[in-house]
Design a binder for this molecule. Structure first.
Ligand code: GLA
Length: 390
């Protein structure tokens, strides 16, 4: 049974009637532009062929009842219980339920109708792995409320509402990249987003390369705290640099030349964080030019440089991610390898010659297992369409 069939069957079993619709919203992998979305930079993600599936129907009551098939657990909320993040019986919402509840909260803040739902969801985006499982849940519920609420917004608007749910309800100060990729994904295409203007376009991946995702299976706790700290460091850097560069609003506005001239004035840790961002924004711009010119080697080299920067300057890697990247970079056919997403565990993304991808995946799996004793999950992924109804 595929996941769409699973949520359909579980819905029928839980609610005693079939769902009206099934929504699907993908996870994403990011090729370049890491930790720059909240600095007005550029990102280069793709929606992937792993997704959250949501079977739903209007509940015709006050209460939204959501069943998380992956946890075999339910939760109930109403517009009145949203602010307190509790269920009608006063018990706290389970962590996973804060994503759908947060979306309802953000939509209502925006004045959009959110009729109560009966809903069952399940996902094959691994949780906490850097592939945006939470954004995929948010976008699936966004699609559901849009369908039943009688309103329509653009996919980018839906992404912004999902980001607001995550920032203000869940409490992670994330940028727009994940919700954007989940909402706006296009089959077989990379997405190129300017996180300041929110203008975006799609780019082709050369037909001779494959995107291979490798999950270390390591999951770090406390990532939201670490994540929010990184963001705060970037904001501090902007504030300090404004003394010399009064016109800047974000690290996007700081050229590498200006940064090199002024960086010594920053506290050491802030310097490292900001240097990653300024250089990464530069890398993403070079990367697009290289991609357009079909220079896969050059593009891969920038991915490798990005990993070093995330490891040494932004300090969001971990030993298992470093091992996975090191092995990958030593294998035939690998153009570039780096951690993807927020870091602190999770997945790496690898750009690999298409015909060598299966052998690459096997060797990476064996090498990682030998070095760490952990069984990784590795798959060749396909860029997929964004969130919508099936
Ligand atoms: C998480 C956030 C994104 C982005 C990445 C790092 O996935 O949700 O907004 O900041 O980390 O690039």
């Amino acid at each position: 049974m595929n996941l769409a069939e699973t949520v359909n069957a579980v819905f029928q079993q839980k609610f005693g009637y079939p769902p009206l619709h099934i929504a699907r919203a993908p996870g994403r992998v990011n090729l370049l532009g890491e930790h720059v979305d909240y600095n007005d930079g550029f990102v280069l993600p793709a929606a992937i062929d792993r997704a959250t599936y949501l079977a739903f129907a209007p509940a015709h009551t006050e209460q939204t009842t959501v069943w998380a098939a992956d946890f075999a657990q339910g939760a109930v909320f109403t517009p009145q219980t949203l602010a307190a993040k509790t269920q009608p019986d006063g018990s706290p919402l389970p962590d996973w339920a804060r994503y759908p509840a947060g979306v309802m909260w953000a939509l209502r803040q925006a004045g959009l109708e959110t009729p109560a739902l009966h809903a069952v969801f399940a996902s094959n985006v691994p949780r906490g792995s850097g592939l945006s499982s939470s954004a995929s849940v948010e976008m699936a519920f966004g699609v559901a409320w849009q369908q039943l609420g009688g309103w329509q917004v653009t996919p980018m608007e839906l992404a912004k509402l999902g980001q607001r749910a995550e920032n203000q309800y869940v409490g992670v100060n994330c940028g727009i990249m994940d919700q954007f990729a989940s909402a706006c994904g296009v089959e077989d295409r990379l997405l190129w987003l300017d996180c300041r203007s929110l203008e975006w376009e799609t780019l082709a991946l050369p037909p001779t390369v494959a995107i291979v995702v490798a999950d270390t299976t390591v999951r770090r706790k406390l990532t939201s705290g670490e994540y929010n700290n990184r963001r705060a460091a970037c904001e501090q850097a902007v504030q300090l640099l404004q003394a010399e560069l009064p016109g800047i609003h974000s690290l996007r506005d700081v050229s590498l030349t200006d940064f090199n001239r002024l960086a010594a004035k920053l506290p050491q840790e802030t310097h490292k964080r900001a240097r990653h961002v300024v250089e990464e924004i530069e890398r993403t711009q070079q990367a697009v030019a290289l991609l357009r010119a079909g220079d896969v080697n050059g593009f891969g080299a920038l991915m490798n440089a990005c990993h070093l920067s995330l490891r040494d300057l932004y300090e969001v890697s971990c030993p298992e991610l470093d091992v996975m990247v090191e092995i990958a970079q030593s294998l035939p056919g690998c153009y570039g390898a780096r951690l993807t997403g927020a870091g602190f565990g999770g997945c790496t993304v690898n750009l690999v010659a298409q015909e060598q991808a299966p052998a690459f995946a096997q060797a990476l799996m064996a090498g990682y297992r030998a070095r760490t004793g952990l069984q990784p999950e590795i798959y060749i992924c396909k860029a997929s369409a964004g969130a919508g109804l099936l």
